[in-house]
Design a protein around this ligand. Structure first.
Ligand SMILES: Cc1cc2nc3c(=O)[nH]c(=O)nc-3n(C[C@H](O)[C@H](O)[C@H](O)COP(=O)(O)OP(=O)(O)OC[C@H]3O[C@@H](n4cnc5c(N)ncnc54)[C@H](O)[C@@H]3O)c2cc1C
Length: 439
């Protein structure tokens, strides 16, 4: 469990990840250990959810729907919601910022959960407490849904100057907010040359997103008659998922604008000289969308719930039961959304929403003292591969569970033929998801 020193350390790491300087963080951490309770003690049915993204919002709403008497508290550091899904279309001005933006007050007031706009800076599982700069909150059940964090250390070790330089000059734009605004500005101001996108190795948020983003950036270059190329550096042997659909778009819609480079594992990134050295050669760039490897969000590290591999090294992802999403080492904690590990689920908003409904049922049943046999989540993911006319491709995945082998197997169905009908379906999907979380 977290000692005072651990708490100071984790508060420091967490706040640094939020881009705050280290001095006030440690001063704030001093306050953390003396802090007062924000709310009266829980009465046995309080669920505190940390992270109001696709997964956390769904758990909050569906817990209240399962049982309005459950006390649900959602803590989220952002003042408003910005959707990563459809943000690639927004890069190419196919939708407005309004389409992606939503307010947290509407679902909180409609479904009756408490929304607290604050940063979680510490978690003490032995005391069942979550700390914010405004005080601590005790829980009976804790849901951690903080999404991802970037692992720039894989590129730069402890060189914080390089990390900060890269964050500011070449934002990854896989965590919503300023990074997306910066990327859009860069794409629209781009004059000529090579614009590089790096695909992260291992598990990362939204596997098709870099390939779709390449299409949408190419769409802007084509429209603006910019003499530019979008170069995708991918450590994989081939595009996945929806490889044939993306390839067809690169060859037919954006020929000469998008270039796909497989087997390009990154050996070195020099953001100052604008050179990336990879196993497929060295690449100079005029501008770039540098996406580093991903890991579970900081809160999972703070809570000491990261899985270890057979050599005892952190895998980077949460150590939860594959069916119940319960932390393996703590029956009162659940992990949901992009943070989870050890399962063949893609890290997607649809998946986080689907898991969130399952987790809500499990926790509500637990509170009611009933057994609940969890179902398996599902995933749907559209990708826009042409901006004019708008055309998309899609993958739908359901899952099978083999009880004897304790194995989850994906059953994907892919439509690689791009069409305007699928582009329409993309927006219908997004509207129905936003409605499910907010309306
Ligand atoms: C370009 C792009 C396109 C995508 N397209 C699609 C798509 O078409 N379809 C699809 O299904 N998915 C898509 N995704 C993936 C999707 O965005 C993620 O999988 C989804 O957001 C994961 O949900 P989550 O709840 O786990 O994390 P998030 O949605 O990131 O939510 C985590 C929340 O936790 C909050 N948080 C973190 N730390 C703290 C803290 N210490 N205190 C308080 N709050 C905290 C964050 O602010 C955030 O709001 C896309 C992603 C990208 C980047």
């Amino acid at each position: 469990m977290l000692s005072r020193r651990d708490l100071l350390k984790s508060a420091g790491v967490g706040a640094l990840a939020l881009g705050v300087s280290s001095q006030p963080v440690f001063a704030a951490a001093e306050k953390v250990v003396k802090m007062d309770a924000m709310l009266p003690p829980p009465k046995g049915n309080r669920v505190v959810i940390c992270g109001g993204g696709w997964a956390g919002l769904t758990v909050a709403k569906y817990l209240k729907k399962e049982n309005p008497n459950i006390e649900v508290i959602l803590i989220e550091k952002r003042p408003n919601f910005f959707s990563c899904p459809i943000s690639n279309q927004w890069l190419a001005d196919l939708v407005s910022l309004d389409f992606l933006s939503h307010d947290y007050n509407q679902p909180a007031s409609k479904y009756g959960y408490k929304f607290i706009n604050a940063v979680v800076i510490g978690i003490e599982r032995d005391k069942k407490r979550v700390y914010t700069p405004h005080g601590y909150i005790e829980y009976n059940y804790l849901v951690l849904a903080p999404g991802i964090k970037y692992n720039y250390k894989a590129w730069f070790g402890d060189n914080k100057d390089m990390i900060n330089y890269t964050r500011v000059h070449y934002p990854a734009a896989f965590i919503p907010g300023s990074e997306h605004l910066a990327l859009k500005r860069k794409v629209h101001e781009f004059e000529e040359g090579d614009f590089i996108i790096t695909v992260p190795p291992g598990a990362y948020r939204c596997p098709p997103a870099p390939y779709e983003r390449a299409c949408m950036i190419a769409e802007v270059f084509k429209r603006n008659k910019v003499k530019g190329r979008v170069i995708i550096l991918d450590p994989k042997d081939d595009i996945a998922p929806k490889g044939p659909g993306f390839r067809a778009a690169y060859e037919q819609v954006y020929l000469g604008i998008v270039e796909y480079v497989p087997k390009a594992s990154i050996k070195e990134v020099d953001p100052v000289k604008k050179i990336i050295k990879t196993t497929a050669g060295d690449f100079k760039f005029a501008d770039a969308n540098l996406v580093p490897p991903h890991q579970a969000g900081e809160l999972v590290w703070m809570a000491d719930l990261i899985a270890k591999d057979k050599d005892g090294k952190p895998t980077g992802w949460a150590d939860q039961d594959p069916l119940t999403f319960q932390a393996k080492s703590d029956p009162n904690v659940f992990l949901v959304g992009d943070v989870i590990g050890g399962v063949p689920y893609p890290k997607s908003g649809h998946m986080g929403n689907s898991q969130g409904k399952i987790v809500a049922k499990i926790i509500a049943s637990r509170i009611a003292g009933k057994e609940y046999k969890p179902t398996l989540p599902d995933n749907t993911c559209y990708s826009m591969v042409n901006g004019s006319p708008q055309e998309a491709i899609v993958i739908n995945v359901t899952y099978d569970y083999n009880e004897k082998e304790k194995k989850i197997t994906p059953k994907p169905k892919v439509i690689n033929e791009r069409s305007e009908a699928l582009a329409k379906a993309t927006y219908e999907w997004a509207r129905s998801m936003y409605k499910d979380m907010f309306a």
